[in-house]
Design a protein around this ligand. Structure first.
Ligand SMILES: NC(=O)c1ccc[n+]([C@@H]2O[C@H](COP(=O)([O-])OP(=O)(O)OC[C@H]3O[C@@H](n4cnc5c(N)ncnc54)[C@H](OP(=O)(O)O)[C@@H]3O)[C@@H](O)[C@H]2O)c1
Length: 351
């Protein structure tokens, strides 16, 4: 079924991927943004709207069935866009990977009568779908580890700007999800070797490279510790990057969940963390608009809103998913940070 779907931030790298994916699926994208000149190079009938002008947002959303916000920093854009979506009575989804902005969304819009799904993208969305799938109906775990095996990371200007805003909002401190809550800390980063499955294989990662998954997962899964990791090479790329993105990375997202001595594991591989965010958020929008959700209003993460295994299966042309058999036994290697003493036990078995 074809829908009219507004894309705010349509001039951006991710917005362009989202627009392309909407058209590929037969939807009618409404291209929205603050830069009408650039929008006109992309579409004959774009709509100008700025986040400091609610009337312009209301006009821009007229006739839309849903809105996808790809304009970051989301600290600036998410609130006004969600308010406008709520006034219009349409669902709102975004690709925000800004922990503080994601927290704001979950905190301030629980009373929404429409459905609001933040972080419906590579960071925040995919890890949630993977962890939910691996848990297979369980909602409790001792520790959840999400290791991001990126071969490189050449960020967009939007990513760099979002990182700057988030860092400022947390006063330059770091974040850790431990004992069931988010905490600020000033500990120096540590590195460990993460045993990614082939073809990536073991790689050095920065531990406690805290991503939006620490916001999305706890909204429906109870875990004492949630730790995310990033390949050191990708973290270094990010830290050193200028505003250029020439080469798409390949990614391996390795999710390891420990409950007692049982470890469950699921791995996703693919290419281009920005491009994959388009089918993630467009598939989510499709499901929202066709009633394939588990909730109908308020704020929900991907794992709450959708049938996670079915959602992942639907992305089979974009993602390869490896389900590993659960393993029980004694950990064999030292492990960092919040889950010392627990590591993947043996090489995984692919189903
Ligand atoms: N969760 C994830 O995995 C994931 C995946 C992809 C992207 N993202 C996030 O999505 C955001 C956009 O990424 P990108 O790759 O598209 O970056 P980008 O290519 O630099 O584009 C940024 C977009 O945001 C718009 N924008 C920025 N500030 C705005 C404001 N105050 N009002 C209106 N529009 C504004 C820009 O509009 P102009 O053209 O007018 O400047 C542009 O359309 C970033 O925060 C990025 O981290 C997250």
């Amino acid at each position: 079924m074809s829908h009219t779907i507004a894309v705010y931030g349509a001039t951006g790298h991710t917005g362009r991927h989202v627009t392309t994916e909407l058209r590929r699926r037969g939807h009618h994208p409404l291209l929205l943004g603050r830069d009408l000149t650039t929008l006109h190079t992309l579409d004959d009938h774009p709509r100008h709207a700025t986040v400091d002008d609610p009337d312009s947002l209301d006009r821009a959303l007229h006739g839309a069935d849903a809105v996808i916000n790809t304009a970051g920093p989301f600290a600036t854009t998410a609130g006004p866009l969600i308010d406008a979506a709520r006034r219009a009575g349409i669902p709102y989804l975004d690709v925000a990977a800004e922990i503080e902005a994601n927290l704001d969304t979950f905190t301030h819009h629980t009373d929404a009568t429409t459905l609001i799904i933040p972080a419906m993208a590579f960071y925040g969305g995919l890890g949630d779908l993977l962890a939910t799938t691996a848990l297979d109906g369980d909602t409790h775990a001792d520790t959840i580890h999400i290791a991001y095996g990126l071969t490189s990371w050449h960020p967009t200007p939007g990513t760099l700007a979002s990182g700057t805003v988030s860092t400022q909002r947390r006063g330059g401190r770091r974040l850790r999800y431990t004992n069931g809550a988010l905490h600020h800390h000033d500990d120096a980063p540590t590195t460990v070797t993460w045993p990614f499955p082939p073809p990536l294989g073991p790689r050095e990662v920065l531990a406690e490279f805290t991503m939006a998954d620490v916001v999305t997962l706890p909204t429906h899964l109870r875990a004492h510790h949630i730790t995310t990791y990033m390949t050191t090479t990708a973290a270094t790329d990010l830290a050193n990057a200028g505003p250029r993105r020439d080469t798409p990375e390949t990614f391996t997202v390795d999710v390891l969940i420990r409950t007692g001595t049982t470890q469950r594991r699921i791995t996703a591989t693919g290419q281009d963390i920005y491009a994959i965010s388009a089918p993630l958020v467009v598939e989510a929008t499709d499901r929202v608009l066709t009633g394939r959700t588990r909730v109908t209003h308020g704020v929900a993460s991907a794992g709450t809103a959708f049938d996670a295994p079915d959602f992942l299966r639907s992305l089979h042309t974009h993602l390869t998913i490896h389900h590993h058999k659960p393993i029980s036994g004694t950990p064999t290697a030292p492990f960092p940070a919040s889950d010392r003493g627990t590591a993947p036990l043996t090489p995984s078995t692919r189903n």
